[in-house]
Structure formats: C-alpha cells, structure tokens
Design a protein around this ligand. Structure first.
Ligand SMILES: [Zn+2]
Length: 107
C-alpha cells in the first residue's frame, strides 16, 4: 500500500538509534500535503513511478536524521528520488562544514 515505506522504516530505525524526535506520519499524507510536487525542484512527482525511478516519490528529511533532524512531519518533504539523492549529499556536506568549521568539500 505504501510505496515509500522502505525508506521510512530505515529512517525510523536511524531516528530511534540517534534518539531524535520521532512523530508518526504517513508518507501518503506528506505527498498529498506537498501536492505531489517535488519540494527541491518544484517539478511534478508521478505517484505511479516506482521509488527506485529517479523521478519517483521519496520522503526527504530537510535536516538529515544523521545531523539530529527529527523524523516528523515538520522535517520531511516530498522529493524526487534523483533530487533527494543529489541534495542529500550536498546539504549534509554544507551543514557538517558549518558545524565543525572545517571545510569538508574540496575546492
Ligand atoms: Zn525534483
């Protein structure tokens, strides 16, 4: 029934391990709240595409759980698989760089 639940379950487990805020939400509700529009590129997301497709629907954590972000509706948004993957690495590098004061991305 829930096509992105595999991602969510992995996130839940990470969230529990890291003791961050976890609030229940349904991927379907997040997708509908965001109007099936990718919150990273503002392009439409096709609900029929599999999650493994680069234009498929994924739940993106605005602040990654690995950096203490909550697994909660206020910290998640709908994103294309491809957008999520490319944004995730960039955002993480930026935040880690800011927090530690160390440049983590090579010039
Ligand atoms: Zn997108």
């Amino acid at each position: 029934m829930n096509r992105v639940c595999g991602v969510q379950k992995a996130c839940r487990r990470r969230a529990r391990e890291r003791d961050v805020l976890v609030l229940p939400y349904s991927d379907q509700v997040i997708c509908e709240r965001d109007g099936w529009v990718c919150q990273l590129c503002r392009g439409p997301v096709d609900p029929r595409l599999p999650r493994t497709h680069r234009d498929g629907a994924t739940i993106d954590h605005i602040v990654p759980i690995s950096l203490g972000g909550a697994d909660a509706p206020g910290n998640v948004q709908l994103a294309h698989m491809g957008c999520n993957a490319s944004k995730g690495a960039r955002f993480t590098a930026d935040v880690v760089g800011v927090r530690s004061g160390v440049r983590v991305v090579a010039p």
